[in-house]
Write a protein that binds this ligand. Structure first.
Ligand code: GDP
Length: 297
């Protein structure tokens, strides 16, 4: 289960304070030490952990929490609020273009869940807004990638624009956008190629697609199971493409929590959606406060 270890350790750290009418500075220091270790063990970025712990400690010291009523409960509340803040505070919705189509470019490493998420998002837009999205198959390096997108699209009854694997992806996107204009599609979702690691050639190609398509939204898909690597990936893509949002996938797995808690703080970019399963309906809007509650258990 996601966050299992982290939840247990955080609860354990704070349980020790329960029932105490007054908390000494030494108690607080010990609790903060345990929280810090719990976060580091969950693979949360070191700087994020440092800032988080300082923030919680300062608030606990500052607001007479230690002397007040129910200090343990107040500290739980502060931890909850600071976790929420670290993950961005508010849900951030999809960027929309004032005139159709809204163009969404999906980017991410191979296996992160890009193609699956493109389908999930198309279905969400169809279901919630009665939208008529068009998907563009821009991954020409793996023939299986196009087949996969076509299969996903058939399952949710959304059209795919594709020109096979022999045409340059920038040209595919150009022609796909022309088709979307002709058909008055209100959304275009561009699936792009992924690699096992960030490489310059791929980044240049993605930049070219970005320059041509002027996407309203560049959604980076990252695998929550990969912890700090997910954060490094996010930084790499963001440096080159200035992404507008992140989709964190595989939160139904036993991720430790590092990616969820670090990405916003490290990149400054909001997590907009979370993937919670392999089915097309398993995509949810990311709510930092709900995620904080889930982490605290
Ligand atoms: P891409 O290479 O980035 O396009 O990745 P895919 O979309 O092909 O996804 C790779 C694998 O991850 C597939 O088996 C997907 O079914 C799976 N996957 C994607 N998102 C999720 C998710 O949120 N939860 C789970 N459990 N599996 C996912």
């Amino acid at each position: 289960m996601a966050f299992e270890g982290l939840t247990e350790r955080l609860q354990g750290a704070m349980r020790k304070l329960r029932g105490k009418g007054k908390i000494s500075e030494k108690d607080l220091r010990e609790t903060m030490r345990e929280i810090r270790l719990a976060l580091l063990e969950a693979d949360v970025n070191f700087t994020v952990v440092k800032d988080f712990v300082k923030q919680v400690r300062d608030r606990a010291m500052g607001a007479d929490v230690l002397e007040g009523l129910n200090p343990a409960q107040q500290i739980v509340k502060i931890v909850d609020e600071e976790l929420t803040k670290t993950m961005g505070d508010e849900a951030v919705s999809l960027n929309k273009s004032p005139k159709i189509p809204t163009i969404i470019m999906m980017v991410g490493l191979q296996g992160a869940g890009k193609t699956t998420t493109a389908g999930k998002l198309a279905l969400k837009l169809k279901d919630e807004e009665n939208a008529r999205p068009l998907m563009i198959a821009g991954d020409v390096y793996r023939p299986a990638a196009i087949d996969q997108l076509v299969q996903v699209a058939e399952g949710i009854d959304v059209p795919v624009f594709q020109l096979g694997t022999d045409v340059n992806p920038v040209e595919i996107v150009r022609q796909g956008l022309a088709q979307a204009a002709e058909n008055h599609n209100d959304y275009v979702i561009i699936d792009t190629a992924g690699r096992l690691q960030i490489d310059e050639q791929l980044m240049n190609e993605l930049s070219e697609i970005k320059d041509l398509a002027h996407p309203d939204e560049i959604l980076l898909t990252v695998d929550a199971m990969t912890g700090q690597n997910a954060v490094a990936t996010a930084e790499g893509f963001n440096d080159k493409l200035d992404v507008t949002g992140v989709v964190l996938t595989k939160l139904d797995g036993d991720t430790r929590g590092g990616a969820a808690l670090s990405i916003r703080a490290v990149t400054g970019k909001p997590i907009k959606f979370i993937g919670q399963g392999e089915k097309m309906t398993d995509l949810d809007v990311f709510h930092p406060d709900r995620m904080a509650s889930r982490i605290l258990g």
